[in-house]
Design a protein around this ligand. Structure first.
Ligand SMILES: NC(=O)CC[C@H](N)C(=O)O
Length: 312
């Protein structure tokens, strides 16, 4: 299938996948997210010259939520190197829910298993350089904007406040990390949480997500400018985590059925990439029991099957 055929097929695939929105529910544990349209579905695919193929509801921004964890991981690697990051988070999938605290208590030394579960991403937030939470957030925003090809990304303050006011479980995780000394003595738990909630609340469109994914598809060197934005090794680490745990504890099924690196968020967004070819941004706010967009996953499976995208 060539690009013109893909352009012609995408609207039909989106409409065929839309019915799977009825199998999911919009996240409501962050009250502001509950306002999202339950039956929306949209996808943007971007190629190496920035050409865009899109279908469905791709225009409204949505918050990155857990998708942001991939990019804070990259920034933490840039700031601290591999040893610095892996001193605080592990390299293994958990098989537990993304916000589980089970293993923080059960498995010594109480280090989060990986940077894409909430506990791991909170630990990663503490590694971002900057003197204050505001300075760290500014650095995150400017780095994310750079990965999005210079788009000016901002924090959705309503979603930030909504999450911050209701994040009892994330607070528990963070205090557990403090007690386990993953967050050191000099680190203020509320400061770290503020950085974490802010980066989860960064607004993006499908096209911006596709642009960010395109950078990963080209190993950190922007195919539109030829500039290295992230060292290849760090992108390699991020993509490995995306395959192992990017879709939470449905990552195995996703790897078998769809077979490309991806990361989802509870807003219903999914960032996915086809190495050396495409960056993809999908939004479908209705989530299945494991926290992934039901229609979004179905749409990606359809595309991957038709275009033979599976990397394995
Ligand atoms: N899975 C997600 O997208 C989780 C992100 C969300 N901000 C949370 O911490 O719960």
């Amino acid at each position: 299938m060539n690009v013109d055929q893909l352009r012609a097929a995408l609207p039909q695939w989106v409409e065929a996948s839309r019915k799977y929105t009825s199998e999911g529910n919009v996240a409501s544990y962050i009250p502001e997210l509950a306002k999202a349209p339950a039956h929306a579905l949209g996808a943007t695919i971007m190629g190496r010259s920035g050409e865009v193929i899109r279908a469905g509801e791709t225009d409204s921004p949505f918050t990155m939520q857990s998708i942001s964890k991939v990019f804070t991981l990259l920034l933490a690697l840039i700031d601290n190197g591999e040893d610095g990051v892996f001193a605080k988070v592990g390299m293994e999938p958990t098989g537990d829910d993304f916000n589980s605290m089970l293993k923080l208590e059960l498995v010594e030394p109480g280090k989060p298993f990986n940077p894409l579960i909430n506990a791991g991403a909170i630990a990663v937030s503490s590694l971002i350089h900057g003197d204050t939470p505001a300075a760290k957030t500014e650095r995150i925003l400017s780095f994310f904007s750079e990965t999005a090809g210079g788009a000016k990304l901002t924090v959705n303050e309503d979603v930030f406040r909504s999450e911050s006011a209701t994040a009892h479980r994330n607070r528990s995780l963070a205090y557990f990390l403090k007690d386990n000394e993953v967050l050191g003595e000099d680190i203020d738990v509320e400061d770290v949480l503020q950085v974490y909630f802010k980066h989860c609340s960064i607004d993006v469109t499908c096209e911006q997500l596709a642009r960010m994914a395109l950078l990963l598809a080209f190993d950190g060197t922007d195919p539109l400018t030829g500039r290295e934005v992230v060292p290849r090794r760090y992108v390699q680490i991020a993509k490995t985590f995306m395959i192992m745990c990017g879709m939470y504890n449905a990552s195995g099924e996703f790897a078998i059925k769809v077979g490309i690196p991806a990361k989802s968020g509870v807003s219903g967004g999914i960032l996915a990439l086809v190495p050396g070819e495409y960056g993809i941004g999908v939004i479908g706010p209705a989530l299945g029991s494991k926290g992934n967009s039901t229609a979004g996953v179905h749409l990606l499976e359809t595309m991957s099957t038709a275009l033979d995208w599976r990397i394995f």
